[in-house]
Design a protein around this ligand. Structure first.
Ligand code: SF4
Length: 204
């Protein structure tokens, strides 16, 4: 079996996890094509290669792929709940699992976020996007709707390197929709193929 699913554990194929999906394929109960991220051009060892082809799900190109900071599970995502007072009211803190949909950007997918830092003054949550498996059987805090304020991660250049002050097109590597986002690059550390970046004012 050459192609491997991207490790999103999103459940869209009917399996709880990508590993469970692969096991079902090996038992003959599912076909690889049932994963919406399946791509016949995927490589044998390329975990995630199926969705990082340089074009998004609509065929649009992007300047860079946004990948996690070293040792982290996904690019950091800074969000502002529509009700930012809930952060203080519910005592949201590091390690909590928060649910919500990025309605401010028009994204149709509910996200599962693991909190890295919570600011009770502004209501800003710095988070990692984690798979739906992280919310099953656990206590979650459902803020329902939030704005995406920004992302922090490593930019892997595809077409153009990240440039301070520019609005650029990028693909968060953990995006379940595999949909290009745009944002203003307001921090770039390093040069070359990979640089640490912060991108804000996010739109789809
Ligand atoms: S990415 Fe989602 S749909 Fe694809 S195999 Fe993994 S859990 Fe299933």
């Amino acid at each position: 079996m050459g192609w491997r699913p991207p490790g999103k554990d999103c459940g869209l194929c009917g399996a709880r996890t990508c590993e469970g999906f692969l096991a079902a394929v090996e038992r003959g109960e599912k076909r690889l094509q049932e994963c919406p991220f399946y791509h016949e051009g995927g490589t044998a060892d390329g975990r995630g290669a199926a969705v990082h082809t340089g074009r998004d799900v609509l065929g649009n190109t992007y300047d860079f792929l946004l990948t996690p900071l070293p040792g982290e599970p996904s690019a950091r995502k800074v969000v502002l709940p529509f009700r930012p007072d809930l952060v203080e009211r519910w005592g949201i803190d590091a390690g909590d699992i928060v649910l919500g949909r990025p309605e401010g950007a028009g994204c149709p997918v509910q996200h599962v976020l693991r909190v890295i830092d919570a600011d009770p003054i502004t209501g800003l949550l710095t988070t990692h996007v984690v798979g739906p498996a992280h919310s099953r059987g656990k206590e979650c805090l459902d803020v329902k709707a939030y704005h995406i304020v920004g992302f922090e991660g490593m930019a892997r250049t595809v077409l153009r390197p990240p440039t301070f002050g520019m609005r650029q097109r990028f693909l968060p590597s953990a995006c379940m929709m595999a949909l290009t986002h745009t944002g203003v690059v307001n921090l770039v550390i390093g040069r070359g193929e990979e640089a640490q970046v912060r991108v804000e004012d996010i739109r789809l």
